[in-house]
Design a protein around this ligand. Sequence first.
Ligand code: SF4
Length: 214
Amino acid sequence: MQVFSPNMLKTFAECEKKYEFKYIKKITVPQPVSVFEKGKKIHALAHYYLRGDDIEKFLPTLTDEEKNIWQKLLNNEYFQKKYINSEYNLTARIGEYWVGGRLDAFMKDENNYYILDYKTGSIPKDPQTDFQTMVYLICADKILTKGWGSNFNLSFIYLDLKNNQNHIIEFNSEKKSLYENAITKTCNKITTTRIFNKNPDRCKFCEYNKFCKN
Ligand code: SF4
């Protein structure tokens, strides 16, 4: 079963050729480790903390900057909500396609549910219609609807830990159909594309530019 992740949809929307390199030809290009290291440590620590593990032995391994970010996360009001799950894999079917991804954390208070996404770097340019926002909300909505009918409120929270701000996207039926349409349209294009076009506007920082002569 093919499950489309937000990254797959995002990559295709940015450059079809890149999608072909990455997800069809499965060419992986090593990335500088430093770009991801900080975010990875904070995500892992948050997961251990939320599920109740003893994290004391990990704290001395954090740099001063990471300690500062960790403190901001601990103080964040959404991170203090009631824990449901973390590093939570969810999938959902939209028409003939499956989409899915892994939520950093899923929290609640009363009948309000929150998808948390920790950002140690920048948040998406347009968080309302980013594929990550759309896919995660659709997946969480399906799960909650199964259990609770329509008796819940659902939001996606980008925790911008660099600037100590929250970007909140509230889900509703209007967004549901907008998101399902956008996802279906992109899945349709992916599955019917035979010649993957290049997008020269995205080449400057593309890890595949050595494979891709423009
Ligand atoms: S180098 Fe440019 S055209 Fe080639 S895959 Fe990357 S973004 Fe697309």
